[in-house]
Design a protein around this ligand. Structure first.
Ligand code: NAD
Ligand code: MG
Length: 399
């Protein structure tokens, strides 16, 4: 007889939030929604609260809290409304919450995700930026609190499934040679760089295999998503940069692989549907139905693999370099990427300039080694400032 897990979803109105709620709704005897959060999508959040009846709801942007209260009262939903980053942190630490799905996009999710780690929760990590920005602080917090950290990113969830019972930080002693991190190559995998000057946000967000939020979709198009995932794999599994090999795999069926010292390569396969890793982590170590159909290998027919192209996709090299530099470099890389992607999505920066902004921001970053969370946040803030100036300078040159 399993006891009911109380789940808090940070970023409930997003793509991962929707997939999580879909899996939870299939298993009412296992999971209960305890709290839901959003940035400022009040109508969507109110509708989710009406359907899932959580105890708490929170909007990160406090100015939207009165409207959320009004909507919930109008719908006869009696959940407690919290607001701001403090509200997110409170939800992530609630004693009645057993499991936190960290699915806020970007470094904005760092404090709440870290709060869940500190509170020793079962922590389902989709918010890869939190780990990229604050890897050492994050992993140390997980270790000292005894939190159970389960990766949701499909590649890292696949690697987790291919490893012997959790081998974090011990790759060499577990006889592991390499991690083969697969990626589809994104919507521009087969395009020449010269063809990418004028791509629109809509083209960049039209991923061939996955339906995702807009920021991660643009990251997939520049391949910075894979870059962030290299850093994520380093912190989650203790793999050195040279132990992490990116493999372009256009079909997105093999979600990643682990190669052992004896030559064995273990892969995890499945449909490109985030409900699979979400269900794996929610039920871990058991297995449950995720609403995902069987993989029809006869219809797929061919699985192909290609070398990544570091020239057409400079984001990969920037991410490896930031990981090797350590210190504030990964936080700087992430902050500059967030600023540049937002500018691209708002039509203020051409697609090919995204990685140029990141490169220039990294080049001008101070070479300090952030130790505490406050240092990491300071590096993040100063990188945002510099990246915004670089974007503004581009606009004034282009005008
Ligand atoms: P999304 O844009 O669809 O949703 C983001 C969620 O975060 C929304 O609920 C939004 O309200 C909330 N949010 C946005 N800004 C916020 C802020 N400043 N403060 C608080 N909340 C805020 O994004 P997504 O595609 O669901 O991705 C979420 C995270 O999961 C990202 O870190 C992404 O890299 C990761 N991830 C997503 C997928 C996927 O398939 N979508 C796969 C792997 C990893
Ligand atoms: Mg991924």
């Amino acid at each position: 007889m399993t006891t009911i897990q109380n789940i808090a979803i940070l970023g409930a109105t997003g793509s991962i939030g929707a997939s999580t709620l879909d899996v939870i709704a299939r298993h009412p005897s296992r999971f209960r929604v305890a709290a839901l959060t959003a940035n400022r999508q009040v109508d969507e959040l109110a509708e989710l609260c009406r359907r899932h009846r959580p105890d708490y709801a929170c909007v990160a942007d406090s100015s939207h809290a009165p409207r959320l209260r009004e909507r919930l009262a109008g719908a006869g939903v009696g959940c407690k409304v919290l607001a701001g980053e403090a509200g997110l942190v409170e939800i992530a630490s609630l004693p009645k919450v057993d499991c936190v799905m960290a699915a806020i996009v970007g470094a904005a999710g760092l404090r709440a995700t870290l709060a869940a780690a500190k509170a020793g929760k079962k922590l389902l990590l989709a918010n890869k930026e939190a780990l990229v920005v604050a890897g050492p602080v994050f992993m140390e917090t997980v270790r000292s609190s005894g939190a159970t950290l389960l990766p949701i990113d499909s590649e890292h969830n696949a690697i987790f499934q291919c490893l012997p019972p959790f081998a974090a930080g011990e790759l060499a002693t577990k006889g592991i040679r390499r991690i083969l991190l697969t990626g589809s190559g994104g919507p521009f995998r087969a395009r020449a760089r010269a063809e990418l000057h004028r791509v629109t946000p809509e083209e960049a967000c039209a991923h061939p295999n996955w339906v995702m939020g807009r920021k991660i979709s643009v990251d997939s198009a520049t391949m910075m998503n894979k870059g962030l995932e290299i850093i994520e794999a380093h912190w989650l599994f203790g793999a050195s940069p040279q132990q992490i090999q990116v493999v372009v795999h256009p079909q997105s069926v093999v979600h990643s692989m682990v190669e052992y010292a004896d030559g064995s390569v273990i892969a995890q396969l499945g449909h490109p549907d985030m409900r699979t890793p979400i269900a794996q982590a929610l039920a871990y170590p058991e297995r449950i139905d995720a609403g995902v159909s069987s993989l029809d290998l006869f219809r797929i027919g061919v699985l192909s693999f290609e070398q990544p192209d570091f020239e057409r996709f400079p984001a990969l090299g920037l991410a490896y370099a930031a990981l090797r530099s350590g210190g504030a470099a990964p936080a700087t890389l992430n902050a500059a990427n967030e600023v540049a992607v937002a500018a691209f999505l708002e039509g203020r920066l051409p697609f090919l300039r995204i990685t140029a902004v990141i490169e220039e921001t990294l080049a001008s970053a101070a070479a300090n080694t952030p130790a505490a969370l406050e240092d990491v946040l300071a590096a993040d803030a100063s990188a945002r400032g510099r990246a915004s100036q670089i974007v503004a300078r581009f606009n004034s040159n282009a005008a």
